[in-house]
Design a protein around this ligand. Structure first.
Ligand SMILES: NC(=O)c1ccc[n+]([C@@H]2O[C@H](COP(=O)([O-])OP(=O)(O)OC[C@H]3O[C@@H](n4cnc5c(N)ncnc54)[C@H](OP(=O)(O)O)[C@@H]3O)[C@@H](O)[C@H]2O)c1
Length: 201
């Protein structure tokens, strides 16, 4: 039996057409009572999965006016982005300050602290590292997730490593990440001001 598990009402999902965001939207609708605002560029790409609980907003995260407008009345921001990560992190932090929001869940990547045994520092992760630094320097109630490679298996089985600990394993299912994101978003105080490695258990 699925337990409905939220007192948090309103969740803003940035980059809502992303692979992980679409999977997590499905899990939010299944496992919580939350109302969702799906924020994305070229919104016509996304079909509204539940018009009673989901609103779709077209916008770029770097467009501060549109972003702040979408943040009005939200409880949690879940950022599922790629590309210009540092600039987007700065835009999100500033917009959250301007609108008085505090809770941010931000998807990053394993390896940003050189924490994956046997993996070298890779410049491809620079934007992720820089974005995490922006968020960690803020006063927000953030949780940064550093997932391993996404896998498509159905299993929900994951372990968490804290910042400063070596990352364990190398992959994690989308369903595991979505399960964790929904729990983080709907459980006040869970893993606040932490940066979590997430990998298959
Ligand atoms: N795949 C893996 O194995 C893996 C492992 C670890 C970490 N990660 C990271 O985890 C994150 C989420 O993964 P994912 O597969 O869900 O990524 P994804 O499918 O590439 O989705 C990222 C989304 O970010 C959106 N975006 C980029 N810039 C934007 C902006 N300025 N304004 C609004 N939206 C913007 C993109 O929108 P558009 O569609 O409009 O471009 C895209 O839909 C990514 O950063 C990924 O690199 C992935």
């Amino acid at each position: 039996m699925t337990v409905k598990q939220t007192t948090i009402r309103n969740i803003l999902i940035l980059g809502a057409n992303g692979q992980l965001a679409r999977n997590t939207t499905r899990v939010f609708l299944r496992d919580s009572d939350a109302t969702l605002t799906l924020y994305l560029r070229r919104a016509s790409r996304l079909k509204n999965p539940d018009p009673h609980r989901v609103r779709i907003v077209e916008g770029d995260v770097l467009d501060r006016l549109t972003l702040e407008s979408a943040m009005e009345g939200q409880d949690v921001v879940y950022a599922n982005l790629a590309g210009a990560m540092k600039e987007q992190a700065e835009s999100i932090v500033e917009a959250m300050h301007a609108t008085g929001l505090r809770r941010l869940i931000f998807i990053s990547s394993m390896g940003i602290y050189g924490e994956v045994p046997g993996e070298k520092y890779r410049s491809v992760l620079d934007p992720y590292r820089d974005a995490a630094a922006v968020i960690e320097a803020s006063d927000l109630d953030f949780t940064i997730l550093r997932p391993g490679w996404f896998s498509l298996d159905e299993a929900v089985a994951y372990r968490i490593t804290q910042k400063g600990e070596p990352f364990k394993g190398h992959d994690v299912s989308l369903n595991s990440l979505s399960d964790l994101i929904v729990k983080l978003a709907t459980t006040p105080g869970m893993e606040v001001r932490r940066s979590l490695g997430v990998s298959r258990a």
